[in-house]
Structure formats: structure tokens, C-alpha cells
Write a protein that binds this ligand. Structure first.
Ligand code: FRU
Length: 494
């Protein structure tokens, strides 16, 4: 986009006149792609979820935000609070780029509690006159009435020797009153790494070393690390950049996934199994986790990717966050399920039970743009199953299940608009067990597909015409016996 010079990208919205901002807001509000139950930017671009925490009875959810347009520019944190992770109250911009260190963006970070108070640890991004990146790690205190006080100096003023200025996204982990920060880094051989720091007073942070994994050569940068213990396992999440696609794996521009095993926090050694992708859709990146009021591990991701243009850009906004998911590890496998509280959005239940075959195109009369659809596969003798949503005479969004290969394929190539550039027209996953259930959350311009009660998730933006509201089912050959349960979802996102 020609008008996005560096000057335009690094302009503060506080310096832009109100009528320009109002015109942008109006344009965004008229966009046919606005979501109804996902967090989305009021204007401009949203990326990573930041500072997620349940603190003193309230959830705090922030996100990376460039207010002035659908591009990556001067980043702020925009914050919401919530009582249930389903309805959100906008607090507005909280961490702002107003110091020399963060003159080119308040980048991603996390939230933690220290001595009964809420704090954020985040990266300040500065560019010098030669446009060299300078990354420092900072802390800010959030007072009871929401006022933010940045600590006067960085708590980590530079990357350690042997690492480049790609040094960001601190995730704080607390154990036995010791505070650890896991920070995304790149070594001077241009390999992604995670660095571990330690503090007992949150002001002085000691560099302990890099997390030792067996992924020595696995991309040029690992963004947005997260570390937690779950059901007896240690899990390290991160977003490696620069991984080559392998057949049907790693097809998105950057990956987001995890390694699981046992982590020795003193030795910094992670014994782990293979790296797995967290999500098998087109649009998922930079997730962050936190504990909810029940002690469940919740994950929220950015439903988008860097370096991709989206059809909503012309309306002055881009991206949204995913719905919150509960993580568990069951029989050694990570599962992700939508949080139960989302059931509050359900209205107007419709059900159907019946056979579908090659000729059944319209098993049920439903249609819609914002709904939850649960398809239970009760008896499957078909070779391939086809489920279509957001379909009309001219476009469709297709989910195919190949019974023999236990393979789920998502295809949005017949949507009227597509993000660009994007590798290939489909995303696939091979299930561990035969498909018994699909649970889909469809909002105006997105779909989140949970296969087999959280065994796999596929998250994608979809950009169909407003008139494409149909739902269809059929098979390649043979028949399938299905139960459909559909709820309209009534969200209040703005
Ligand atoms: C990931 C990321 C982070 C960085 C932020 C900047 O999407 O590149 O590494 O902190 O976005 O907006």
C-alpha cells in the first residue's frame, strides 16, 4: 500500500486530528466483515494477544494494536476486561509508545501478579537514525484504578552477548516466589532461541541461559514463547519463523506450535517429543496462555499472520483474536476445547438427525452467518464426507473428511475474497482417531473447527458475500448417519 511510508506507520494516533479518526471508525463500522463474538480492533490492525491474566476477579485481555490502518506500524496495547471471557468491556489503549525506548512500539508481553499488584512485562521497540532495531524489556505497574506506571528504566537493557536485537515477548512464569521470564531471541547464527531470566524482586533480572531443546536448527527466530505445566507435562509454546513446508505441514508463512515433555528449570534442559502445530487452519499465530478462575489453562491466539493482506484491509481494519480454548493433556495428547462459558451466546437451537449421501445437498434448512454447529457422526460408511458452510450458488467453504485416511481438509478457495499471498488452497490434518464430531464456531468472517472433541483445531478467516449463508452435506459415495445441532450465537463485539 503506497501511502504507508515509515512516517505514516510510526505516527501516533494522538497526533491525528479527530475528524480523520472518526472517518476511519465510520469506515470500519460499515465493513461487511465485522465480527460479532470475537475481539477485533476498533480501527486499524490487531495482532498478538498480550498481558492475559485473571486477577482479583477480573480477566484482563490486551492485544497489539496499530490504530491508524491495516498495517504493522506503531504498536500500542489495547485492553479489555471481562468477567466471563465471553463479554468484554473496552478499557482502551493502555501501554502507549511514549518514551524513547518504545518510540517504535510497545511490543508483546505478559501479565503477572507481584505482592498483590498487577504488572506487565513487555518489549520496548526503538529504531535508531539508521533504522537499527533496539529491543529492551520493561515492566509497568497497573494500579487498582487501572493507571499504568512504567518503571523508569528497562529491567533488561540489552540481549546477552551472542544474540541479536530480535529479542522480545517476555512471558513471566512464577514458581515458589521466583519470577522467571522466557524471552524470544535469535542467536548470531540467525537461529531462533528462547532465553531464561530469573528475578526475586522483579527489578533485577539475571540471565540464566538459553532453553536447551533438540531443535537447534529450526527457523531463524522463535517469537512469543510461553511455558507452563499441565497434567504432569511441561509445555513450551513458541512461533518459529523460517520453517520450510513439508508436504501438508508448516504451510503457513510462520508456524505456531509446541514441544512437550519434562523441563528442568535449573538446568534449563527440555526433554521433549516432536514439535507439533497448535492449529491446522490458515490463520493462527502468537498465542498466549493463562489460568482462569477454575485453574484451567486457557489459550487465546491471534487469528491472522504477519505479511499477509486480508480482504478487510480496504475497510481500514485487520484481524481478530480467537475464542478462548481450554488446554488439557489426555493420554499424552494436547487437547483444545472451546471454553464452556461460550454457551452463554447460544440462542435458537435447531437439531436434525438423518442420513446424508451423494445426493443429499440440503440435509436441513438451516443457514446463518454467526452460529455454532455441532455435527455428530453416528455411523459412517461413506468414502468421503463433505460439509459446506457459508455457501450460496456461487461460493462455498468446504470441509472434507476422507474416511480411510482420517484426513480433514479445509478449503476456502471458493470464497469470494481471499487473503494474499497464501500458500495453497487447502489446509489439512490427519486425525488420530476416526472422525466422530466437528464443532464449528462461525462468525461473520471466521471459522474455528474443533475435531473430535478437541483432538485438532483448524482456525481460518473466511470472506464470503453476506448472501452466502447456506449449510450443506453430502458424500462422495456411501452414506453417513449424522446428528446436527445448531445454535445461533449472539455476540456483542464492537
Ligand atoms: C509477533 C510479533 C512479536 C512482536 C509483535 C509486534 O506477531 O512480531 O514478536 O512483539 O508481533 O507487534
Amino acid at each position: 500500500m503506497a501511502q504507508w511510508t515509515n512516517e505514516a506507520r510510526y505516527q501516533k494516533y494522538e497526533d491525528v486530528d479527530q475528524s480523520t479518526l472518526d472517518a476511519l471508525t465510520e469506515k470500519v463500522n460499515q465493513s461487511e466483515y465485522r465480527q460479532t463474538f470475537h475481539i477485533q480492533p476498533t480501527t486499524g490492525l490487531l495482532n498478538d494477544p498480550n498481558g492475559l491474566i485473571y486477577f482479583n476477579g477480573t480477566y484482563y485481555i490486551s492485544h497489539q494494536w496499530f490504530p491508524l490502518g491495516p498495517v504493522h506500524g506503531l504498536k500500542y496495547w489495547y485492553t479489555y476486561t471481562s468477567k466471563d471471557l465471553v463479554h468484554f468491556d473496552a478499557v482502551g489503549p493502555t501501554l502507549k509508545p511514549d518514551t524513547k525506548d518504545d518510540s517504535h512500539g510497545v511490543y508483546s508481553g505478559s501479565a503477572f501478579e507481584y505482592h498483590g499488584h498487577l504488572y506487565y512485562m513487555y518489549t520496548a521497540n526503538h529504531r535508531d537514525e539508521d533504522w537499527n532495531r533496539i529491543s529492551t524489556q520493561h515492566i509497568a505497574k497497573v494500579s487498582k484504578d487501572g493507571e499504568i506506571t512504567k518503571f523508569p528504566k528497562p529491567v533488561i537493557g540489552a540481549p546477552p552477548f551472542g544474540y541479536t536485537q530480535h529479542f522480545r515477548d517476555p512471558k513471566v512464569y512464577v514458581k515458589d516466589d521466583v519470577y522467571y521470564a522466557f524471552i524470544a531471541a535469535q542467536n548470531i547464527d540467525k537461529q531462533g532461541r528462547i532465553l531464561q531470566y530469573r528475578s526475586t524482586d522483579i527489578v533485577n533480572w539475571e540471565f540464566q541461559g538459553e532453553v536447551k531443546t533438540n531443535l537447534d536448527d529450526f527457523g531463524f527466530m522463535w517469537e512469543c514463547p510461553d511455558y507452563f505445566n499441565l497434567n504432569g507435562y511441561d509445555v513450551l509454546l513458541f512461533c518459529p519463523q523460517g520453517i520450510e513446508a513439508e508436504e501438508e505441514r508448516f504451510k503457513n508463512i510462520y508456524q505456531s506450535g509446541y514441544i512437550m515433555g519434562q523441563y528442568d528449570i535449573n538446568q534449563m534442559t527440555m526433554n521433549h517429543a516432536d514439535f507439533h502445530e497448535l492449529d491446522y487452519g490458515f490463520d493462527f499465530y502468537a498465542p498466549q496462555t493463562f489460568l482462569d478462575e477454575h485453574g484451567q489453562r486457557i489459550l487465546i491466539g491471534w487469528m491472522g499472520l504477519p505479511e499477509v493482506d486480508y480482504p478487510s484491509d480496504v475497510d481500514g481494519w485487520a484481524h481478530c483474536l480467537t475464542i478462548p480454548r481450554v488446554l488439557t493433556i489426555e493420554e499424552g495428547n494436547l487437547r483444545q476445547r472451546p471454553i464452556k462459558a461460550l454457551e452463554q451466546l447460544r440462542t435458537n437451537k435447531e437439531t436434525a438427525l438423518g442420513y446424508a449421501n451423494k445426493f443429499t445437498k440440503q440435509l436441513h434448512p438451516y443457514e446463518g452467518k454467526q452460529y455454532e454447529l455441532i455435527i455428530d457422526i453416528l455411523d459412517n460408511e461413506a468414502t468421503e464426507l463433505y460439509f459446506e458452510v457459508r455457501t450460496s450458488k456461487t461460493e462455498t467453504t468446504l470441509i472434507t473428511y476422507n474416511t480411510k485416511e482420517q484426513k480433514v481438509t479445509f478449503d476456502r478457495s471458493e470464497n469470494s475474497q481471499l487473503p494474499t499471498p497464501v500458500e495453497g488452497t487447502t489446509r489439512t490434518t490427519y486425525l488420530d482417531t476416526p472422525l466422530t464430531q466437528l464443532q464449528m464456531f462461525i462468525d461473520t468472517s471466521s471459522i474455528e473447527i474443533f475435531c473430535n472433541n478437541g483432538e485438532r483445531v483448524m482456525t481460518s478467516r473466511i470472506f464470503t458475500d453476506a448472501s452466502a449463508t447456506g449449510i450443506k452435506t453430502s458424500t462422495e459415495s456411501g452414506q453417513v448417519y449424522l446428528r446436527f445441532t445448531k445454535y445461533d450465537l449472539k455476540g456483542d463485539a464492537e
